[in-house]
Write a protein that binds this ligand. Structure first.
Ligand code: NAD
Length: 487
């Protein structure tokens, strides 16, 4: 079996324990992973804390930090085929996706490389003639970055990029499911030349995550994952009072009006729910379609869903691969069973296929007669689309907002005025109009409600990893007057 190591304080080392990583396409173990004990996590945080105050890192200019990040971006580009293949092997994410996604992982590092020396402070026109007052933007400290299995390279780039640009140091915990690409990525961090302890990468499950998020020397917890784990993290942050940014799940509405370009909408809907085998936080998993076109649109979607090439994730022609874990597949099957019991109708898919691996077919559930079905409320995190119809714009909006989540949304219409009304009315962190699933390092991304808080991407994300220091400098040579009067 292949063997991976942790990266702590600039060195590659075994964890106190080990575990086997499972190949989702076969269900068989394929690699031995290090398992971080609390002691491993503590050492990583101590290393990050020491590095944060070190002359080597704290004394490095912002432009020099940017150069390191730029070098990292180039190394990621050069290692793209290897990283993509590893992610595909360890998580089942299809090679078509991992190879495309790794290119923009490099772009994220490049974007933040360019931002490192543009995180500016400010000078204040203070209301006292003998004072100069200015604001320094300083890095917040040690960042605990915790990511889930899907798109680990990408979900860590959106944390490491801005955190390092701001001058923070990081302990990154890869998910215990599919950690190989991040443990391999550590080699690039090392090669790029970041000082020891600035970036530490380890893997482990809830115990490692808990130790990391309660550590007194952690200043910011950047988390991507499910709402239940997010609650643990927020409780954990009561210990160290660390800041949190939470990127959680969704039950995102995908709204199709009868004046939309239906071909385009159908393709976007396929991408929105079946790409990444549905294991995408922005999955457009609730299709709201105007009643007059429901039959036609559903027929188009069903034909497309049934034509999807399901197969081995490492084959370029595969469009839907296995889910990452058996646990995930069983959960999806159970949610479908409960939705059917609540009145949902399976239009296509819906059953665990025979054979090895954690496969699940693209599935469409008509929930028109099942308003209380879990399929309309709970995140499946798999290739399952729930469909309901609406009569008019007001009903579409009220259905779209009938969720505790608030991450993404899609609107398909040719009417500009209607598009604007929907943009205004939808409660979600992202609204895509006549497109879906577009991302860029330049555009902030995040949600509210059960989808979390904080934004990743863009300048705002880098500022999130800073704190403001207010500096007062007295310019008068006269002695300080009456010490009992506040000035
Ligand atoms: P998860 O919440 O189970 O795990 C996420 C990470 O948290 C893992 O690294 C895990 O080891 C760690 N963890 C588990 N228990 C912990 C604890 N007590 N303390 C600290 N860390 C702990 O999530 P998952 O099931 O692996 O991933 C799927 C979820 O992630 C979905 O809900 C999905 O929507 C969400 N997600 C969100 C985004 C986004 O950007 N909004 C992106 C991708 C995935």
């Amino acid at each position: 079996m292949d063997r991976f190591q942790h990266y702590i304080d600039g060195a590659f080392e075994d964890g106190e324990g080990t575990f086997a990583s499972i190949d989702p396409a076969s269900g068989a173990p394929w690699a031995q992973m290090p398992l971080a004990s609390p002691a491993d996590v503590n050492r990583a945080v101590e290393a990050a804390h020491r590095a944060f105050g070190s002359a080597e890192w704290a004394g490095m200019t912002a432009m020099a930090r940017g150069k390191l990040l730029f070098r990292l971006a180039e190394l990621v580009r050069a290692a793209a085929p290897r990283l993509a293949a590893l992610e595909t092997r360890d998580t089942g994410k299809i090679i078509r996706e991992t190879s495309a996604q790794i290119a923009y992982v490099a772009d994220y590092y490049q974007y933040y490389a360019g931002l490192a020396d543009k995180i500016e402070g400010a000078h204040l026109p203070i209301d006292k003639p003998d004072m100069e007052v200015w604001l320094r933007r300083e890095p917040v400290g040690v960042v605990a970055a915790i990511v889930p299995w899907n798109s680990q390279l990408f979900l860590s780039a959106v944390k490491l990029g801005p955190a390092l640009a701001a001058g923070c140091t990081v302990v990154l915990k890869a998910s215990e499911d599919g950690p190989a690409p991040l443990l391999e990525f550590a080699r690039l961090v090392h090669e790029a030349g970041f000082p020891a302890g600035v970036v530490n990468i380890l893997t482990g499950g809830p115990e490692a995550g808990h130790t990391l998020s309660t550590h007194p020397k952690v200043a910011h917890i950047a988390f991507t994952g499910g709402p239940e784990t997010a609650r643990h993290i927020v409780r954990a942050s009561a210990e160290n009072l660390a800041r949190t940014s939470l990127e959680l799940g969704g039950k995102s509405p995908f709204i199709v009006f009868d004046d939309a370009d239906l071909d385009s909408a159908a393709n976007a809907q396929v991408s929105g729910i079946f790409a990444a085998t549905g294991q995408s936080c922005v999955a457009g998993s609730r299709l709201l379609v105007q009643s007059g076109i429901k039959h036609d649109f559903l027929a188009r979607l069903t034909a497309k869903a049934e034509a999807i090439a399901i197969g081995a994730p490492e084959r370029m022609e595969t469009e839907v691969g296995p889910l990452c874990t058996m646990r995930q597949r069983d959960r999806i099957a159970l949610l479908i069973e409960r939705s059917v019991a609540a009145g949902a109708r399976v239009v296509t898919g819906g059953k665990v296929p025979d054979g090895p691996g954690f496969y699940f077919p693209p599935t469409i559930l008509d929930c028109s007669d099942a308003p209380d079905a879990p399929a309309l409320r709970e995140e499946f995190f798999g290739p399952v689309l729930s469909v309901v119809s609406f009569e008019d714009e007001a009903e579409a909006l009220s259905m779209a907002n009938d969720t505790q989540f608030g991450l993404a949304s899609g609107v398909f219409t040719r009417s500009l005025t209607r598009a604007h009304r929907m943009i205004r009315g939808i409660r979600a962190g992202v609204v895509w109009v006549n497109t879906y699933r577009a991302v860029s390092p330049i555009a902030p991304f995040g949600g509210h409600g059960l989808s979390g808080h904080g934004r990743e991407g863009g300048l705002a994300a880098a500022l999130d990893y800073t704190t403001i220091k207010t500096v007062w400098l007295r310019t008068s040579d006269d002695p300080i007057p009456d010490p009992f009067v506040m000035r």
